[in-house]
Design a protein around this ligand. Structure first.
Ligand SMILES: [Zn+2]
Length: 373
């Protein structure tokens, strides 16, 4: 870990790490860690079998206690007869890739003296943040939309989080969490905004790079709601310092703000109203980093892909039949790969598909898919 500060990606304003900001205090823009943290290959702690093996490229010291997060398997599989690699991030301690961002963000906040975190999420991010809060002995306040299925909040409650349902649109839920974070000793631990969450998430691609023998895959297909896997990938590539893989951001067709902006060839990403989808983890109509995500996709030769529901259902079944028990959201990347392959758009070389969340967390949706004929 070297010395760094928060830098606004819009106006360039800088803030020291101890200020606990989560967005620019001047223009409300998105922050990044500055200067970017580089990965010196010789500085990887190879005897550490968690994501903290990359501690030297992370903005916080490793915590005394971990839940064993990171270094998930990269296994060979196939889709439509083609060989692919599956990155099994649904095997992380809380059952989703959000552990990467949550573990690094909570370690940072705990070290900064925070005693309580406020979170707005209805699903995997809340569970991950609640788990690492528990592990660090912090209190967690989870604010969830009033229509959230109670099943989805069980895990956060089990970790000891105080869960509160908030009526009204998603922005109101976020504002309620932000207001709660005004209390002394409390921080807003936003998985969509906080740069430390993105820093933790970059470890998925650092691991892939290491698991492939210090090489990038040709292409990676990942689910994209808030887009933290895409952003994390860009940080990983920046850290290693060689041109990275083609990234494809898969969104459900009924909630695909990145795809709509791509089609219109606009720089801005206009919010969409999320329609119904089984990929409930990707129902983010207004991703805060939308502009940056499009920029990243353009620079790596990638694109956003809209996945229709029938393809999503068909693909999650294909994964289950290979023994990969994921939730439907986690099948978005695989479904996007199959669509791209049919168009002949997949580059030659190893292809990595990130499987983001466990089916064990999504009984109701899984039952729905199984019962559909
Ligand atoms: Zn700013």
């Amino acid at each position: 870990m070297s010395s760094w500060s928060f830098r606004c990606t819009y106006c360039g304003a800088q803030f020291p790490p101890e200020t606990l900001v989560w967005r620019c205090l001047r223009c409300r823009g998105v922050l990044a860690v500055d200067p970017p943290l580089l990965l010196d290959r010789g500085a990887i702690e190879v005897s550490t079998s968690t994501l903290w093996r990359y501690a030297r490229a992370l903005p916080v010291e490793p915590p005394a206690r971990t839940l064993g997060e990171g270094m998930t398997p990269l296994v060979p599989g196939q889709l439509d007869g083609e060989p692919v690699w599956f990155k099994l991030d649904f095997l992380l301690p809380t059952g989703s890739f959000k552990d990467r961002g949550a573990s690094v963000l909570v370690a940072f906040l705990a070290r900064a003296g925070v005693r309580r975190i406020a979170v707005d999420s209805s699903g995997n991010a809340a569970a991950a943040l609640a788990a690492y809060a528990a592990s660090h002995g912090l209190e967690a306040l989870v604010f969830a939309p009033a229509d959230t299925a109670s099943e989805k909040l069980l895990q956060s409650r089990a970790y000891g989080a105080r869960v509160e349902l908030v009526p009204g649109p998603r922005e109101v839920v976020a504002a309620t969490a932000q207001a709660a974070a005004q209390e002394p000793g409390t921080a807003y631990a936003s998985h969509n905004w906080h740069p430390l969450f993105a820093e933790g998430t970059k470890t998925w691609l650092l691991e892939v790079w290491e698991q492939l023998g210090g090489m990038w895959p040709a292409a990676c297909f990942v689910p994209a709601g808030g887009g933290s896997l895409v952003l994390g990938a860009a940080l990983a590539v920046q850290g290693v310092g060689t041109p990275g893989p083609v990234l494809v951001a898969a969104q459900p067709e009924s909630c695909a703000p990145l795809v709509r902006a791509w089609e219109r060839q606009t720089r801005e990403v206009e919010p969409v109203t999320p329609g119904p989808t089984l990929a409930e983890g990707a129902r983010i109509g207004a991703p805060p980093r939308g502009v940056l995500l499009l920029e990243i996709l353009r620079q790596c030769g990638g694109w956003p892909e809209a996945v229709p529901e029938p393809q999503l259902v068909e693909t999650v079944r294909l994964l289950w039949r290979q023994g990969l028990y994921v939730e439907p959201t986690a099948a978005l990347g695989a479904a996007a790969y199959r669509l791209a392959r049919r168009r002949g758009w997949v580059p030659d070389g190893p292809v990595v598909i990130v499987l983001t969340g466990s089916g064990l967390k999504a009984g109701t949706v899984v039952r729905h898919v199984i019962d559909q004929v």
